[in-house]
Every structure is written in structure tokens, then in C-alpha cells.
Design a protein around this ligand. Structure first.
Ligand SMILES: [Zn+2]
Length: 379
């Protein structure tokens, strides 16, 4: 786990569990997206499955790197028979036709039955429980359930018994950025480890290793936008979100000053749609609907972070004890933040994307011009 960046608290908890030789069998790794939870789960699994774990001079337990288990994990194409990664994309490989053909918006119970707990799937077939089988490499088994909040309550309930009485040397790691979506009964059976947002230095270091040719101002924007998430930094590079900022934010600024930016609604909608299409093309089995939501989420994050950064700037430069100036200047941005929340809700209930973005910016323009910052309405 030495290579994990900025998560010393979380890895210290795991190291102390490893050192005690009584490692808890069920874990929840929770924290913001893109801060290293899944990477840490894999590194932890590598140590748990290693046949000859070593303790270094600092007392840290690490995998040996040379045993059959380590070699299987480290080889990019080898499959480790005792490391089971359950994520929504696994549905594409399911033997159940209805699971294969569904949109990848959740982790269905059938997938859990097929790959973890066993039992009858909705097509009437019976599956042995992978969790109860002896480990193929005779050492242990690890199940990592990624985005565990995508398990519906019924799926979480079927997992309870296995979490309560797991076979010996079998470990479960539930990874999630929405801890509140996990049932209290699941949470009470697992040891929870909280992952912090990464400090700015980590994002700065990432930027130093990845040449994005940013100006100083764009670098500041990038750090603020990533908000301590290396996952978001990767997404920003992959999907050229700096270009989104370059293309859109001047128009947002114009609107906040009462000037017209008539294309902003359709421009934002087009960018969301284009990103979603690229995502679907590069992710086998991905659904356009889920990709749209993901891309819209990025756009709302971009606009929201910009509004917050403007508010911070105003608060820092406004004279103290000048509530009127503050209110007049902060009003548009507060209104934008509220309207973003309402627009995102409208999108999740499947209102047309272009309509949502158009409505968002035309409402905001009216609010700014009238200096009346009523929240956006959707009937
Ligand atoms: Zn090893």
C-alpha cells in the first residue's frame, strides 16, 4: 500500500488490522469519488492473498511480489481465481440474458447470486456460492464490491448472511461514495474506513507528472475543480474538461453581469451529449442513459465549482460590514447554485437535456436582470 497517495489515515487502519493477524472479514471503504478507495481495496486484497507477506523496517505489511498469488495479480492479463471484483459492468458477462441486456445503472441481485452468494437466478438456474468454495490457490478469497451503493436494498439484504458468517479466510470489501445508501444492517457488520479528499499538493504533483499545458490561472481552476479527487483529475484530462471551462465560463461570467449569452444552454447540452457518446464508445456495454447522467454530473460540478469560486472571490475582496454590496454580488451566484440543484433533479426524472440547460440559463438571465433571485421552477 506504499504507493497510495494522500490516504495515510486509511492505510494506517488497514496496516494495524494486518499487524494484529485478526483482520476483520468485512470492510466498507467510503469517501468521495476518485480518492483511491478502489485502488486501496486492490492493494489490501493483494496483501491478504499473498502467500508470503513481508514486514518492512517501518513495520508495514506488504505483499511479497513473488508468490503465485502476487504474480497473478501483478500480471495485466492473468486472472486471479480468488480475487472477485463485482461491479455493474460484470453484468455484460452474466449467464442470465435479462441481466446482460439491462442498462448498467445498478448491481442486480442475479449478479450477486451468480458471482458471490449462489442460489437461484431469475432464469431458474441454480448457482453454487463462489463465496463458499475453497480458494483455488489454497490461501484465501477476497470479494471487492465496487460502487456497493448500486446494490438495491433487496440485494443488500441477500448479502447479509454471508457478511455475518463468511467462510474462513474470506474477505469482503464494499467500496462506495454514498455510504448513506447502504443499509444500517450492512454497515453494522462491516468495519468502515473513511477516505479523505486528497490535499491540493497531491493534485499539484499529478499535474507536474501530466503535461496539460495550463496557464497559472487554469492550474488554479483545475485544482479547485478536482476538489481533492485524482479520479476527477484523470477524467478532466481524458475528456478535455479544461476546454469546457475555456469555452463556457466566459459566457457564464457575461450572464452574471446581465449580458446575453444565448447559446450557453445549447452549448452545455451539446458538450454533455458529446462526452456521453465518447464514454459509450469507449466502455463496452455502457448505457447512453447512464453516460448522459455522468456527463451532466460533470457539467453541474463545473458550473457549481465556478459559482462557489466566484463567491469566495467576492467574499475575500468585498469591504467588511457591507451587507448590501455582498448581497447584490453574491445573489446571482447563490441563485445559480440553487438552480443547478433543481435542474439536476429535473434531469434525473428524464426531462430533455437541452430543455433543462436552456431553462436553467434563461431563468438565471431573467433573475440577474431583475435582481430577483427566486429559485428556478419545474412543473
Ligand atoms: Zn506474494
Amino acid at each position: 500500500m506504499q504507493g497510495i497517495l494522500g490516504q495515510s489515515k486509511a492505510t494506517a487502519i488497514l496496516q494495524s488490522a494486518l499487524a494484529s493477524d485478526r483482520t476483520h472479514h468485512a470492510w466498507i471503504f467510503h469517501g468521495n469519488e476518485g480518492v483511491g478507495k478502489f485502488t486501496t481495496a486492490n492493494a489490501f486484497a493483494r496483501i491478504l492473498l499473498c502467500h508470503d507477506p513481508q514486514t518492512d523496517l517501518a513495520g508495514q505489511r506488504e505483499a511479497c511480489g513473488g508468490c503465485e498469488s502476487c504474480k497473478r495479480i501483478d500480471h495485466p492479463e492473468a486472472v486471479h481465481p480468488d480475487l472477485h471484483i463485482v461491479q455493474k459492468e460484470l453484468a455484460a458477462q452474466s449467464s442470465v440474458a435479462t441481466v446482460r441486456s439491462r442498462k448498467l445503472l445498478s448491481i442486480p441481485v442475479d449478479l450477486l447470486r451468480e458471482y458471490v452468494i449462489g442460489g437461484e437466478t431469475s432464469d431458474g438456474k441454480f448457482h453454487d456460492a463462489a463465496a463458499s468454495k475453497s480458494p483455488a490457490l489454497r490461501h484465501g478469497k477476497v470479494f471487492i464490491i465496487d460502487e456497493a451503493h448500486l446494490l438495491a436494498p433487496v440485494g443488500q439484504n441477500t448479502l447479509l448472511k454471508t457478511l455475518e458468517e463468511p467462510p474462513p479466510n474470506t474477505y469482503f470489501i464494499l467500496v462506495t461514495h454514498q455510504l448513506d445508501q447502504l443499509l444500517i444492517t450492512i454497515r453494522s457488520r462491516c468495519q468502515a474506513v473513511s477516505f479523505a479528499s486528497l490535499p491540493d499538493e497531491v493534485i499539484n504533483q499529478w499535474l507536474a507528472n501530466n503535461e496539460l499545458n495550463l496557464t497559472e490561472r487554469e492550474t488554479q481552476w483545475f485544482i479547485h475543480f478536482c476538489n481533492g479527487s485524482l479520479g476527477l483529475a484523470e477524467m478532466t484530462r481524458k475528456f478535455e474538461l479544461v476546454q469546457w471551462a475555456r469555452d463556457l465560463l466566459p459566457g457564464v461570467m457575461e450572464l452574471s453581469r446581465g449580458k446575453a449569452a444565448p447559446m450557453l444552454g445549447s452549448d452545455t447540452a451539446e458538450k454533455i451529449d458529446a462526452l456521453a457518446k465518447t464514454w459509450v464508445d469507449s466502455h463496452k456495454g455502457a448505457s447512453k442513459e447512464a453516460a448522459n447522467k455522468m456527463a451532466a454530473h460533470l457539467m453541474f460540478h463545473l458550473l457549481g465549482q465556478y459559482a462557489r469560486s466566484r463567491m469566495q472571490h467576492i467574499a475575500e475582496s468585498a469591504p467588511v460590514n457591507d451587507p448590501i454590496t455582498n448581497e447584490q454580488q453574491l445573489g446571482p451566484w447563490l441563485c445559480l447554485i440553487d438552480s443547478l440543484t433543481i435542474s439536476q433533479k429535473a434531469l434525473s426524472s428524464n426531462v430533455n437535456l437541452t430543455l433543462v440547460m436552456d431553462h436553467l440559463f434563461s431563468h438565471w438571465q431573467q433573475a440577474v436582470n431583475a435582481q430577483c433571485y427566486e429559485p428556478l421552477q419545474w412543473q
